[in-house]
Write a protein that binds this ligand. Structure first.
Ligand code: SAM
Length: 286
């Protein structure tokens, strides 16, 4: 029997190391090998490729990635998992690097540069409390194309819906535009609460995001982010009201962008937001 096959079942690992899930760190573990295998396969061909995993926890998804032949760099904030992860390291010598720390603080581009084999895929069952700030950090990365070539991520279904939402729907918002402006976004499959230990209250979903070489519409990313925050910060209001937060005359801004002052953020397409970002850039720097 190889050392990989000798790795104990995850439930045993959790019991042996006393790894009670902490709600404050968004800990909901995946113990079903079929599911972790399915997620790892959804990430594409990983053999001999460095892969970034956020939050390995007891290591279920980590094991699935390693068995696909990936070289995993896993960032974990909770040191209680380190002994369990060390056992996986021993079973896959040289294939698993653990970085102890907060993924929100990680300089991923520096990491990829150090390894010298970028861009890199990211695969993770994200802690729900930092999932949105993390994906925003990655989607807002400059320069573009970024340090990653795909993101295969588990989110709460509501966040997955927002990432993939089309204009004129209730889920359409800042995340939808930010993601779809310069990436392809695909919702792959739902994962029911019972698949996790402990079970969360809501259904989750796997989303795959692939960056495009170029954005679909020209805009400066910081200008687009500002316009999106103002417009969706008050999504029920008309744009002539919500865009006041930008500190330039909203009527002028909307005219320059060719948009109706009475329109609401939810009805503005990606091209419309890019036009607003360009108009905002021109007016704010005039
Ligand atoms: N990957 C494991 C699985 O699928 O069973 C655990 C997933 S659990 C939803 C999220 C993991 O992210 C936990 O291990 C948690 O400790 C870790 N985590 C939470 N916040 C983090 C952060 N800011 N940076 C890195 N890891 C974090």
């Amino acid at each position: 029997m190889s050392s990989k096959e000798r790795l104990p079942p995850l439930r045993e690992v959790i019991a042996k190391h006393g790894l009670m899930a902490k709600k404050s760190l968004g800990q909901n573990f995946l113990l079903d090998l079929n599911l972790t295998g399915r997620i790892a396969r959804a990430a594409g061909a990983l053999a001999d490729r460095p892969v970034l995993e956020i939050g390995p926890g007891p290591g279920g998804l980590t094991r699935a990635l390693l068995s696909q032949g990936a070289e995993v760099i896993a960032v974990e904030r909770d040191p209680r998992f380190l002994p369990a992860l060390a056992e996986i390291q021993a079973a896959y010598p040289g294939k698993l690097t653990i970085v102890e720390g907060d993924a929100l603080e990680l300089d991923e581009a520096a990491l990829v540069q150090k390894i010298g084999r970028g861009p890199m895929p990211v695969v993770a069952n994200l802690p729900y409390n930092v999932a949105t700030p993390l994906v925003v950090k990655w989607l807002e990365y400059e320069p573009w194309p970024p340090w990653f070539d795909s993101l295969t991520l588990m989110f709460q279904r509501e966040v997955a819906d927002r990432l993939a939402a089309q204009v004129d729907t209730s889920a359409y918002g800042r995340l939808s535009v930010l993601a779809q402006w310069r990436s392809n976004v695909k919702r792959l499959f739902d994962v029911p609460p019972q698949a996790f230990v402990p079970a969360p209250k809501v259904t989750s979903a796997i989303v795959r995001i692939e960056p495009l070489a170029q954005a679909r519409a020209e805009a400066s990313r910081p200008d687009l982010s500002r316009v999106l925050s103002a417009a969706f910060g008050q999504r029920r209001k008309m744009l002539r009201q919500s865009l006041k937060a930008l500190g330039v005359p909203p009527e002028l801004l909307l005219e320059k962008a060719g948009l109706e002052p009475t329109a609401r953020a939810e009805t503005i397409s990606l091209d419309g937001f890019a036009a607003l970002a360009r108009a905002y850039g021109a007016l704010s720097r005039a």
